[in-house]
Design a protein around this ligand. Structure first.
Ligand code: ADP
Ligand code: ASP
Ligand code: MG
Length: 450
């Protein structure tokens, strides 16, 4: 019954202005999308983040000027799209909410994660209202409505990086989005945002709209999920880093998930999980050039090359914890990871020796000074910053003789600070100095992809 539902997500650059919105609406019509998930207009979330920092150290006058920038950008799009009075009224309500919220935060000098999530949600709420009109103008054949995703997207209360509650989302989707399944209606909705059990607005973390679209596709049993962005698919490496990067036609869920987790910004890292569970094919394409082929992410691609792609995760810190008592002792790693768990910090890669363990984390983690203090209770901690994690993604990587030798040959004089190989057949990753990351990608791309 649910067959045929297409969930399409359009990122910030696809919402940048009236022209980009019209182009994206054309794509949503062409693809007969039933659920259209949108990001905030390009740059808006960044300005909202800036505002959240200003509320504690700036005057109301300063905040007002920044708020006005956001309002002007959206009014310009509204004028260019010639939206009707009802839409102007709704936008006006959102502008009022923006001012009231920032005023309150500024008076209290409070930028709690909870208040920030409510503030950040306004970007997607404004863009989705505008895009609903834009799509409505194009789709005379069916009714297009703006749907508040918070009605169904239930999360926990971990503001700033909330976790979806899939069971509740499925239940709520069945209750509130029946018309998509049975009446063929089209809904435009927000990416990135959700609501906890107490009714407070939450967000899924930066870049989270991809994840929102995948969650909805899963809950609705969609036939496919489309991610429309500013590049024509997933490339062999970030096109901004390497001019030889070229689009990939088909890639497996596992490889794409490794790529996303290890730094390819084109997809939010957790996007593919719900799609994998329900075996929903995912398409990644450019809303600027929808006729180009793009990339299909599927369960079982025919071709399984040894090296399909490579990614860079910048701003990595290597934490090395050393304790001679680790020698022949048990339970040490358990204690180490208990600390990371308490601080909700994720470790990207790890290697151990007899008396030490090294782990990589995002640089921003060190803003959390208490993490370091807690680790120091377990031994001496060495901190090395300004590193990049380079990953080679492909198939059968851990069972291919001679591969490591070829990789290190290609790297030549670039020092490798730490290596992770063996845990996954899809990934070989290692750390290099941030300044050499571009060189490393160039050399490896030339050697393995061409
Ligand atoms: P959106 O706003 O549509 O979500 P993003 O900026 O989050 O778009 O992601 C698209 C960007 O991801 C591209 O412009 C590109 O620079 C970057 N990117 C990083 N790695 C890759 C890759 N392997 N293939 C394609 N794009 C990549
Ligand atoms: N607007 C949010 C961000 O910029 C979410 C997204 O675009 O995916 O992070
Ligand atoms: Mg993105």
């Amino acid at each position: 019954m649910s067959q045929g539902i297409v969930v399409s997500k359009f990122g910030g650059t696809s919402m940048a202005d009236a022209t980009a919105m019209r182009r994206s609406a054309g794509v949503a019509k062409l693809k007969n999308s039933s659920i259209v998930v949108v990001s905030a207009t390009s740059g808006t979330t960044n300005i909202l983040v800036e505002l959240s920092q200003m509320v504690t150290n700036s005057t109301w006058e300063g905040c007002k000027a920044t708020i006005q920038k956001i309002i002007d950008n959206h009014l310009q799009i509204a004028r260019d799209l010639e939206v009707p009075e009802a839409c102007m009224h709704d936008l006006d309500e959102l502008f009022k909410e923006l001012k009231t919220l920032v005023r309150g935060m500024n008076l209290l000098k409070e930028a709690s994660p909870k208040a920030c999530d409510s503030l950040f949600s306004l970007g997607e709420r404004m863009s989705s209202r505008l895009f609903t009109e834009c799509l409505n103008q194009l789709r005379e054949d069916t009714e297009v409505s703006c749907f508040d995703v918070r009605t169904v997207l239930r999360t926990d209360s971990n503001f700033g990086k909330a976790e979806p509650n899939f069971e509740m989302i499925k239940k709520l989707t069945d209750q509130h989005l029946l018309d998509v399944k049975y009446a063929g209606r089209v809904f435009v909705t927000q990416g990135f945002i959700g609501r906890d059990a107490d009714g407070a607005t939450t967000t899924l973390g930066r870049g989270g709209s991809d994840y929102s679209a995948a969650i909805l596709a899963y809950a609705l049993g969609a036939e496919k999920l489309e991610i429309w962005t500013d590049v024509a698919g997933i490339a062999t490496t970030d096109p901004r880093l390497c001019s030889n990067a070229r689009p990939i036609d088909v890639i497996s869920f596992q490889e794409a998930a490794e790529l996303a987790s290890f730094g390819a910004k084109v997809l939010h890292p957790t996007t593919l999980l719900p799609a994998m569970w329900a075996d929903i094919p995912v398409f990644v394409g450019s809303s600027y050039e929808p006729e180009k082929e793009g990339t299909w992410i599927i369960k079982d691609p025919k071709e399984r090359p040894l090296i399909r792609a490579m990614a860079v995760k910048k701003d990595q810190t290597l934490l090395t914890l050393k304790n001679p008592n680790m020698l022949h002792a048990h339970g040490f790693l358990f204690d180490v990871f208990k600390v990371f768990n308490q601080h909700r910090v994720s470790v990207d890669s790890i290697t151990t020796s007899e008396i030490s363990v090294s782990m990589t984390v995002d640089d921003s983690t060190l803003l959390n000074r208490t993490l370091l203090e807690d680790l120091r209770q377990l031994g001496e901690v060495l901190v090395e910053e300004d590193l990049s994690l380079i990953s080679l993604i492909g198939n059968n990587i851990n069972h291919t003789p001679g591969l490591a030798a070829e990789i290190f040959n290609a790297l030549g004089d670039i020092n490798v600070r730490m290596i992770c190989l063996g845990a996954s057949k899809h990934n070989f990753c290692f750390l290099v100095n941030e300044q050499r990351a571009g060189d490393a990608i160039d050399r490896l791309h030339t050697r393995f992809i061409g």
